[in-house]
Design a protein around this ligand. Structure first.
Ligand SMILES: C[S@@+](CC[C@H](N)C(=O)[O-])C[C@H]1O[C@@H](n2cnc3c(N)ncnc32)[C@H](O)[C@@H]1O
Length: 328
C-alpha cells in the first residue's frame, strides 16, 4: 500500500525536462508556498486529511476517467465518502469544474465546460505539445487539455487552495502527464521558450502591468507555438481604467478591464503574429453562479439588479473574449 506523495510531488512530472527550465527558481518559489501551508494549522490539517483519504485506496484506483462536460472518475466501493465531502467542504470555494468523484458531485461556481466549448475550436490540434495553463485554479482545463494527448500540461496558480484542490482531484482522477507549479504568471520567466501552447484565462485583468504579463507569455513560448489568452472585456473600443479606490464587479484587484482592441494591440506589441480576437458576448449567471461548494457572492451579486448590462458600480457589465497569436 503506498501513500500519497507530498503535495510537492505535483512537480515531479516536470523532472524529465530537467535542464530545459530554471528548476532552481521553480523549487524556491514552490518551497515558499509549501512552507506557508506547513505553517498554517488550517492548510496543514487539510493536507494530512488528503493524505489519509487517498492512503489505502491507492492500489484500488483504476484509470476510469471520463472527460465530458464534467471530469468523472470511478472510486472503489468502500471509499470513505464522508471524509471526501468533509475535505471538499474545507477547500471551499470550488470555482472551475464540475467534478464527479464516484457518487460524489462537486457543483462548482463556474460551469467551465461552457468556456471550454468557446475556446476549444481555437486550440491547435497537435499531439505531443508541451502545454501550460496559467491561472489554472484546480486544474479543470488541464484534464480537458489531456484529450489533445500532450507531452505534458503544466498548471500554474499561486494560491494554496488551488494547489490542494488540484492535488485532491488528481490523486483520484490520475490524468497522465499533469504537473502543478504553485507560481504566478510573472514567474513564467523560469520557462524561457519552453511551451508549444499556453492557455491563460481569467488572469490578465488582475495584473497591474498587462504588457509585462503578455511578454512573459511570449517569452515562455517556443518558436512556432501559440498563446490563447481569455479575459473579461468591456464591450467598447477602449479599455476601462478603474480608479484606485473604485472596484469593478466588486473586485478589489481589477486595474484595467481590457477591450477586444486592447487585447489585439497587446499581442501585436509583444511580438505575436497571426493575431486574432474572438468576442463571446456577455458573461451569464447561467455559467457563473453560487453553489453548495461555492457558497459566496457570484456574478448575480456583481451586476445591477435593475440593469444586467451594468455592474453594481455602474460600469459596463463584463463580456468575454479570447486573443490568440503565434510566436514565429
Ligand atoms: C478568474 S480565475 C480563472 C480560472 C480559470 N483559468 C478559468 O478561466 O476559469 C483566476 C485564477 O488565476 C489565479 N491567479 C491569481 N493570481 C495569479 C497570478 N499572478 N498568476 C497566475 N494566476 C493567478 C487565481 O488563483 C485563479 O485560480
Amino acid at each position: 500500500m503506498t501513500s500519497l506523495p507530498p503535495l510537492y510531488a505535483t512537480l515531479t512530472p516536470l523532472a524529465r525536462f530537467k535542464g530545459q527550465f530554471d528548476a532552481t527558481a521553480v523549487v524556491a518559489e514552490s518551497r515558499k508556498i509549501w512552507q506557508t501551508i506547513q505553517r498554517s494549522p488550517h492548510w496543514s490539517q487539510i493536507h494530512r486529511d488528503l493524505k489519509a483519504l487517498v492512503h489505502g485506496v491507492d492500489r484500488h484506483l483504476s484509470s476510469s476517467t471520463v472527460i465530458g462536460d464534467g471530469i468523472e472518475t470511478r472510486l472503489p466501493d468502500r471509499f470513505d465518502y464522508e471524509a471526501l465531502e468533509k475535505l471538499c467542504a474545507s477547500l471551499i470555494s470550488w470555482r472551475t469544474g464540475p467534478y464527479t468523484l464516484g457518487s460524489f458531485h462537486i457543483d462548482t461556481e463556474w460551469r467551465s465546460h461552457m468556456k471550454w466549448s468557446r475556446i476549444a475550436p481555437l486550440i491547435p490540434q497537435r499531439p505531443g505539445m508541451r502545454i501550460a495553463d496559467v491561472g489554472c485554479s484546480n486544474g479543470y482545463f488541464m484534464h480537458k487539455l489531456a484529450t489533445l494527448q500532450p507531452d505534458i500540461t503544466v498548471g500554474f496558480d499561486p494560491i494554496e487552495r488551488c494547489w490542494l484542490q488540484f492535488a485532491l482531484i488528481q490523486s483520484l482522477v490520475r490524468t497522465p502527464n499533469l504537473a502543478f507549479v504553485p507560481m504566478g504568471i510573472l514567474s513564467l520567466e523560469a520557462f524561457q521558450g519552453f511551451f508549444d501552447f499556453i492557455l491563460c484565462m481569467g488572469v490578465l485583468y488582475h495584473q497591474r502591468d498587462h504588457a509585462l504579463a503578455v511578454r512573459r507569455l511570449f517569452d515562455a513560448t517556443r518558436s512556432g507555438g501559440y498563446v490563447l489568452l481569455e479575459s473579461l472585456i468591456v464591450p467598447s473600443d477602449k479599455p476601462l481604467v478603474i480608479e484606485p479606490r473604485d472596484r469593478y464587479a466588486k473586485m478589489r484587484n481589477a486595474w484595467v478591464i481590457p477591450s477586444a482592441n486592447h487585447l489585439h494591440t497587446l499581442f501585436e506589441e509583444a511580438g505575436f503574429t497571426e493575431v486574432s480576437v474572438h468576442s463571446f458576448g456577455p458573461l451569464t449567471t447561467n455559467e457563473q453562479r453560487a453553489t453548495k461548494f461555492a457558497p459566496y457572492e457570484s456574478l448575480a451579486d456583481f451586476l445591477d439588479p435593475n440593469d444586467p448590462t451594468r455592474t453594481i458600480e455602474g460600469h459596463p457589465a463584463p463580456h468575454t473574449a479570447a486573443v490568440i497569436g503565434k510566436k514565429v
